[in-house]
Design a protein around this ligand. Structure first.
Ligand SMILES: Nc1ncnc2c1ncn2[C@@H]1O[C@H](COP(=O)(O)OP(=O)(O)OP(=O)(O)O)[C@@H](O)[C@H]1O
Length: 428
């Protein structure tokens, strides 16, 4: 790989962002990353940067962030931030390996959301939470890098860089509040689940401003995770979840319901797709947030997710003969909640239009919906349709189908009775 000589360093380029270019190099015996900015630092900017770095350092060891180690003046007058060299970014991981397993997405989400809780409590907003600013240490530990506004504001190389990943309310004046970080978290989780960001890298401002983010298609993911990602990506910051803390709580609940249980006696401890031991994570959330509870066994824990996200499809047409959940799994789910207030969710008879079917349903106000389309003895597809009460879905004119609607208010999940098309045999 070609290197660039920058002052005393031979830099292996890693990429360029909105304000500087990053490269890897050796300093003494240590491999480090250097972010080089296109100019010198004047005294006032340096003082502001020092305050910013000190505030980041005060966040302590419980947060997962990359804190620059030092500012280095280059012999040619430019300045550079020296920081730990990470193994790769989330953007790179999904580009090379595809979408992450759902449990790993939860680990990543809890790590980042709880880091944002600590930052926001300290009055620090990141402002550019993007898949390339989520890095993985060589240990696999996920960390959020590129905190700090000072150098970004002083060295503006390309104001449109990364626009596809940024909250639309920041486009005009560049000012980001905590809600913009939640939007960024939505972009990151969407990317981890879908294998690509909600909008392509070359998307223009108007697209990001006005086009709803496409729903993530991961039938095995709990619908409330998909809805959470969707809510993080809404355009109006007031309509996003109220705080990083609320998001952390929700992700912790999902982890509790769907995450694996530690099995320390297992010789090969399972690892996340980014290399950490699954059970070393997620970290304990900061402050007064509830600790991560002990999990049920993994085998049983996946059942609720399967029962909700897949039973609506695969199980819908094949029936219990091929799918026998362990008896103890049934009450473990917690969702759908059978003890809570009953909810009316009724799917009407589907209209068969040959190559499409039209579905419509009744459901509680304010809830979000997903439609499950299951080919008899074939694949299943779950599509989030948000607040719509009808959907037209493509079908094969030769096949039989079962349909179902799932609904969630972020706390509960309800599933409609299935509806058959062309005489398919559907199971509850
Ligand atoms: N400490 C680091 N270790 C390893 N790779 C890094 C490090 N810091 C940045 N990178 C990678 O270097 C590339 C350039 O990073 P940079 O932060 O300049 O741009 P960006 O993340 O694309 O945009 P933005 O300006 O929004 O941060 C990215 O691919 C990023 O993942």
């Amino acid at each position: 790989m070609e290197t660039a000589e920058v002052g005393p360093y031979s830099l292996v380029p890693l990429g360029g962002g909105a304000s500087g270019t990053v490269g890897a190099c050796r300093r003494g015996g240590e491999a480090v990353a250097l972010k080089v900015f296109p100019g010198r630092l004047y005294r006032r900017t340096r003082a502001r940067l020092d305050r910013e770095l000190a505030a980041l350092a005060r966040l302590g060891d419980t947060v997962r962030i990359v804190v620059p180690q030092d500012v280095e003046p280059m012999p040619d007058g430019r300045c550079a931030l020296r920081m730990e060299l990470c193994a790769q970014s989330l953007a790179r991981l999904v580009a090379t390996s595809g979408p992450l397993p759902v449990a790993d997405v939860l680990v990543l989400g809890i790590t980042l959301a709880s880091t944002l809780v600590a930052a926001h409590r300290a009055g620090i907003v990141h402002g550019r939470v993007t898949p390339s600013n989520v890095l993985f240490r060589t240990s696999g530990e996920p960390v959020l890098s590129d905190f700090g506004h000072t150098l970004r504001e002083v060295f503006v190389r390309d104001p449109d860089h990364g626009i596809a990943y940024l909250a639309p309310e920041t486009f005009d004046d560049g000012v980001a509040g905590p809600a913009a970080d939640l939007y960024g978290l939505g972009v990151v989780l969407h990317t981890a689940l879908a294998g690509s960001p909600p909008f392509p890298a070359d998307a223009v401002r108007d697209t990001v401003r006005h086009t709803p983010a496409p729903p993530v298609d991961r039938p095995e993911a709990p619908i409330d995770l998909l809805v959470l990602v969707d809510q993080l990506l809404v355009k109006d910051p007031d309509d996003r979840p109220p705080s990083a803390e609320a998001v952390t709580r929700q992700l912790l609940r999902l982890w509790d319901e769907h995450g694996p249980e530690p099995e320390p006696e297992t010789p090969d401890t399972p690892r996340t797709s980014f290399g950490t031991e699954v059970f070393a994570w997620p970290p304990q959330p900061p402050g007064e947030l509830p600790p991560v509870r002990k999990k049920r066994s993994w085998r049983f824990a996946v059942v609720p997710a399967v029962a909700i996200a897949v039973a609506g499809g695969w199980f819908l047409t094949r029936g219990p003969a091929e799918y026998v959940p362990p008896a103890s799994a049934a009450p473990a789910s917690g969702i759908p909640s059978r003890t809570a207030e009953p909810v009316l969710l009724e799917l009407a008879e589907p209209a068969d239009l040959g190559t499409t079917a039209t579905l419509s349903w009744n459901g509680p106000a304010g809830w979000e919906f997903a439609v499950v389309v299951a080919v008899e003895s074939g694949p299943t597809k779950t599509t989030l349709v948000r607040h719509d009460r009808s959907a037209t879905v493509p079908i094969d004119a030769r096949l039989k189908y079962c349909f179902q609607v799932q609904a969630t208010n972020g706390v509960r999940v309800e599933v409609s009775r299935p509806r058959a098309l062309r005489g398919a045999t559907c199971r509850e």
